[in-house]
Design a protein around this ligand. Structure first.
Ligand code: BDR
Ligand code: CA
Length: 364
């Protein structure tokens, strides 16, 4: 009897143990199949046109344990694609990150000519800060193909961080729309709902390739738009750079030189009291989602307007008037809802972000 009970007890324990193991295994592996484990670094691809603030965005990403930078993809924008690639490789080399593929992408926007940005970035794109030749080598892959390959390799895990014109991302979507539901989210620097920096209403990255932006904004994936509304109020000052330099290092010295150039350029406009580091803020939001507050809105890209090409047209009420034909004219009948497609960043904890940027890059 005792033997029988012991055998029953043993069998029961084994049964319970296997149930517990099954629950643990399902709980562990199911999220792996769907996405990432809580607490694991986020896999990100930074699509960039370096670029002063792009350079700071790269350094912030490389120095943040919350992120696993799977690739740097370069698009023509602030610089030609070749010059941008060279800068990206030099920055990766400076950060000791030749393990990260750096791939060249589109050499011009989809339909219009390239508009580079010497005024905001200096002739070398890095505010005149010189870097030694890169030890890193470029990837042989075309950037949109690399994006497609990595999204399929890590389904539901990749966060795209486009911080240049959206040409590479649009090409990737056009070539392989299957990536859209496989991308975790897109956190882009671009646009603005309260004004532009190229024209009265158009921001540089969207203005540089509105057709590409339209493809990206209408793709159907989760988008956070880190636009001028938040990047132009999140400024780095001389005091911040002094803090940065208090712990010197090669990356720190380079970042300080870049930031000083930006501060000088922005202050020189007479509009700003410090330097806007637009792209780095988008990276900061991926690291810490509490930095920006967002509001869901329907955002369309103006591709035609005489004064408004490249504008991110935001519907703050998510409603438009419903008009129906009545005789020889239209009659308003009420409102109809429009579906929001973008989380628009509307306010920022700027000191929190600037502290993060300074702390992560100083002493490096
Ligand atoms: C954006 O335009 C570029 O010049 C900057 O790198 C940033 O991505 C700001 O409008
Ligand atoms: Ca940029």
């Amino acid at each position: 009897m005792l033997e029988w009970l012991c055998a029953r007890g043993f069998a029961m324990k084994m049964f319970l143990l296997s149930v517990v193991m099954a629950i643990v295994c399902v709980g562990y592996f199911a999220p792996v199949a769907l996405g990432q484990q809580h607490g694991e670094p986020k896999r990100v691809i930074l699509d960039t046109d370096p670029g002063t603030d792009d350079a700071l965005a790269m350094l912030l990403a490389f120095n943040s344990p919350e992120l696993r930078v799977e690739a740097i993809t370069v698009v023509a924008g602030n610089m030609t694609a070749d010059a941008g690639l060279e800068n990206a490789l030099k920055i990766a080399s400076l950060a000791g990150r030749c393990d990260v593929p750096v791939a060249k992408g589109a050499i011009h926007p989809l339909l219009q000519e390239l508009n580079t940005g010497k005024f905001w970035n200096g002739a070398n794109g890095l505010g005149g800060a010189e870097l030694p030749p890169s030890k890193c080598k470029p990837s042989a892959e075309f950037a949109p193909d690399l994006i497609i390959r990595l999204v399929h390799k890590y389904p539901h895990q990749i966060t795209l961080i486009p911080v240049g014109p959206l040409t590479n991302i649009a090409i990737a979507v056009a070539k392989d729309p299957a990536i859209v539901p496989l991308v975790k989210e897109v956190v882009l620097m671009g646009g603005g709902i309260t004004g532009g920096n190229v024209t009265a209403v158009s921001e540089y990255n969207v203005h540089s390739d509105p057709e590409a932006a339209s493809i990206v904004f209408n793709a159907g994936w989760p988008i956070t738009m880190v636009g001028l509304d938040v990047t132009e109020i999140t400024l780095v000052t001389d005091e911040d750079v002094a803090r940065l330099e208090s712990k010197p290092g090669p990356e720190t010295t380079f970042a300080a030189a870049v930031a000083r150039f930006q501060i000088g350029t922005y202050k020189g406009t007479g509009i700003f009291h410090g330097g806007a580091v637009h792209d780095a803020l988008a990276v900061g939001q991926v690291i810490d989602g509490t930095i920006l507050k967002t509001q869901d809105m329907r955002v369309d890209i103006e591709m035609d307007g005489k004064f408004t090409r490249g504008m991110t047209v935001a519907n703050r009420k998510n409603a438009i008037e419903r008009n129906v034909p009545e005789g020889d004219h239209l009659q308003s009948m009420g409102l109809e809802a429009v579906q929001p497609n973008v989380h628009v960043a509307v306010s920022a904890d700027s000191p929190k972000f600037v502290d993060m940027l300074i702390e992560r890059i100083s002493g490096k």
